[in-house]
Design a protein around this ligand. Structure first.
Ligand code: E4P
Length: 216
């Protein structure tokens, strides 16, 4: 399973990258706004900086919702760097745009996916990635992991090439479960990635080893 970090924060990207396990980055308008990135030029420059930091797929989300505007915006985003993956929302015009981008050699990440039906549409349109939002499904009282499992089954049975990108990750256990159920990628906040490191028995064991090492 590939690891993406889900942030527009350059320090966090640097920290995750330094671990040596980072395969890419996803952003969204909320994450960009959180970093105070405003205006077309600043947005493009920020994506360029991220692309220069991490050699992997970098998702850049369109803000448009009309077909023609999505195409125009997506082309501009894709022109920033060859590693840009255009992130397109799961709406009717979005599906049409994903098909256009696929036919024209621009890779896409279909975002805001909350059902298997939506994932099938994204795959049929040729999206490189489909992003089911695990945490938000959990927040609404359902089980986000069931969706990962269902999409993984369908994509295997149907032979779809679209990769399952488990998104809206809230904790380390989400990452483990997504890996177990066949997600191709997990995009995670830094805290969830670092959460994978933690186990109390590791801390206790290390403290004992270091204590005993003094007697060596
Ligand atoms: C995915 O690409 C999204 O940016 C992200 O995972 C959404 O997560 P959230 O539900 O924590 O906002």
């Amino acid at each position: 399973m590939k690891f993406f970090i889900d942030t527009a924060n350059l320090e966090q990207i640097k920290e995750a990258h330094a671990l040596g396990i980072l395969d890419g980055v996803t952003t969204n308008p909320s994450l960009m706004a959180k970093e105070g990135i405003k205006g077309e030029e600043a947005i493009a420059n920020h994506y360029k900086t991220i692309c220069e930091m991490v050699d992997g797929d970098i998702s850049a989300e369109v803000l448009s919702t009309k077909y023609e505007d999505i195409i125009e915006e997506g082309k501009k985003l894709a022109a920033i760097h060859p590693n840009i993956v255009v992130k397109v929302p799961m709406i009717k015009d979005g599906v049409k745009a994903i098909k256009y981008f696929t036919d024209n050699g621009i890779r896409t990440n279909c975002t805001l996916v909350f059902s298997a039906g939506q994932a099938i549409l994204a795959a049929k349109a040729g999206a490189a990635y489909v992003s089911p939002f695990i945490g938000r499904i959990d927040d609404s009282g359902w089980d986000g992991m069931l969706l990962i499992e269902q999409i993984a089954t369908i994509f295997t049975v149907q032979g779809y090439k679209t990769e399952i990108l488990a998104a809206s990750i809230r904790n380390a256990n989400h990452i483990v479960r997504a890996a177990e159920l066949g997600a191709d990628v997990c995009t995670c906040p830094l805290d969830s990635i670092l959460g994978l490191l933690k186990h109390p028995l590791t801390d206790i064991g290390l403290a004992k080893f270091l204590e005993d090492a003094k007697k060596m």
